[in-house]
Design a protein around this ligand. Structure first.
Ligand code: GLN
Length: 465
């Protein structure tokens, strides 16, 4: 059980004199130590977090009204999010030792509201993976059962929250990396609409899919964090100019009766774990009993979603990762004679097998001879998925789906079968294909999705749930 499940409780206890930032940081540091075997963190900012906590306590004592909205929030960052003066490696050799010169916009915004950053969490290398075994820091283990994976790629962030080593964590979701580990670790995983939070300072994987998201114990904290981080940004032209709603305050304003669609064929499919299937049916019954309209709709594009996702994201990754050349950032092979050899050796030694597989695949699908057959076709699938979502959301408020067809597997079980791992992403990548917001609610359960830009409506309904 987490000591605190919402920032609201923490702030109340601080007000009542029952705790303070220093005590909170000490508690979370103890939890980190206790759970070291889970390997959720690649670096802990122990002294810095303590120091900041003491400063913030001082500020509060001087004037309780002077502190920011995230006062008392102890937060960890996935190792793909830049924090000025701190190492950021994407769990890859190629970035080892690289310190960021600036902070991500999301990080600047949480710091401006007095959050405390406690450490950098382990993840799959360059956010590529579904079980957090693809990391130079080693695998992350699920706190429920350390023989199982925590999901990925934000596995470290999910376990950090699951094991109560921080109140919340910032992750990234390109094709499910916030929601699927949240589902595996029984925490709340929220991926906002594409562009809702600036990607400035988020190491790019598939830029047209990537979105910073949150792992937390509560929907309330997800809403508050979104409110703080969302909004336009001069550093990211794709950040949405849609006004930032009072997501947190509006949590109580959910419509008492909504229309929800689900994909009946998905729940009937053979490949889905029976417990996950049953849980989803039970939730559908419960929603109906509560007076909501819940109906099955057709979605005949499901077979194309995973292939299209992996064509498009690897294409974008092959381009994004070309900047890591052994010259500009982090790691460089020494003792070679030519520039070309420097590139080749540094990249060969600096990237994991999985990342190299994706760079090669992405380069292939973008090559002149195959561009139309793969990349252009996958873009068409993406458009069809988006159109289908628009049609569904013209009639329904939300879509309900499982996060994953399967439960967490044993650590190492899928090491030799990347395709099996890709296929398990079937339910999570859809939201990123459409750029729509989605939230994973609880262990081996389901996610709710809403139309693009309807983050507030989604959070309010999830909160009610
Ligand atoms: N598992 C998916 C992949 O490996 C999703 C990753 C992500 O969302 N970053 O691409």
């Amino acid at each position: 059980m987490a000591k605190y499940t919402t920032l609201g409780q923490i702030q109340k206890d601080i007000k009542d004199g029952k705790t303070n930032c220093v005590q909170l940081v000490d508690y979370y540091l103890q939890q980190i130590e206790k759970n070291e075997h889970l390997n959720a963190y690649c670096e802990v900012f122990e002294d810095e977090a303590r120091h900041r906590a003491a400063e913030l306590d001082k500020k509060y004592r001087k004037d309780p009204h002077s502190v920011g909205r995230l006062f008392g929030a102890v937060i960890s960052l996935k190792d793909v999010i830049c924090y000025a003066g701190h190492e950021v490696t994407a769990a890859a050799t190629i970035l080892r030792g690289f310190k960021s010169l600036f902070s991500a916009t999301a990080v600047e915004r949480i710091l401006a509201e007095d959050a405390i950053i406690i450490g950098r969490t382990n993840c799959d290398q360059f956010a590529m993976g579904s079980d957090n075994t693809n990391s130079i820091y080693g695998a992350v283990l699920n706190a429920d059962d350390p023989s199982l994976v925590p999901g990925g790629s934000s596995g470290g962030s999910a376990v950090a929250v699951q094991a109560d080593t921080c109140l919340a964590s910032l992750g990234s979701d390109t094709g499910g990396s916030v929601r699927q580990p949240a589902d595996f670790c029984n925490v709340i995983g929220f991926k906002p609409s594409y562009g809702r939070i600036s990607r400035h300072g988020l190491l790019a994987y598939g830029s047209s899919f990537d979105q910073i998201g949150t792992l937390s114990h509560s929907v309330a904290d997800a809403a508050l964090l979104l409110e703080v981080m969302a909004g336009e940004d001069d550093f990211d032209a794709t950040a949405s100019s849609q006004p930032v709603e009072p997501y947190f305050e509006n949590l109580e304003k959910s419509n008492p009766s909504v229309k929800i669609a689900y994909f009946g064929k998905v729940l009937d499919a053979d490949g889905i774990d029976p417990d996950i299937r049953n849980t989803n049916w039970a939730i559908i019954d419960k929603l109906r009993v509560e007076g909501h309209t819940v109906e099955s709709v057709d979605f005949d594009l499901l077979d194309y979603v995973v292939p299209a996702y992996y064509v498009l994201t690897t294409a974008e990754a092959s381009s994004n990762l070309s900047r890591f050349d052994g010259v500009r950032y982090g790691y460089r092979t020494e003792g070679v004679k030519t520039l070309e050899e420097t590139y080749r050796r540094s990249r060969t030694e600096g990237f994991s097998e999985e990342v190299k597989r994706r760079i090669i695949l992405g380069t292939f699908v973008l090559s002149a001879g195959y561009y139309d057959a793969y990349y252009a076709k996958a873009q068409k699938v993406r458009r069809l998925v988006s159109d289908r979502f628009n049609a569904i959301f013209a009639e329904y408020d939300f879509i309900l789906m499982p996060n994953s067809p399967i439960k967490p597997w044993k650590v190492g079980e899928k090491a030799d079968d990347p395709v099996a791992m890709y296929l398990a992403d079937i339910y999570s990548v859809i939201a990123n294909m459409g750029g729509i917001p989605a939230i994973a609610l609880g262990k081996h359960k389901f996610q709710l999705m809403a139309a693009k830009g309807e983050d507030g409506k989604l959070l309010a309904f999830a909160h009610r749930f």
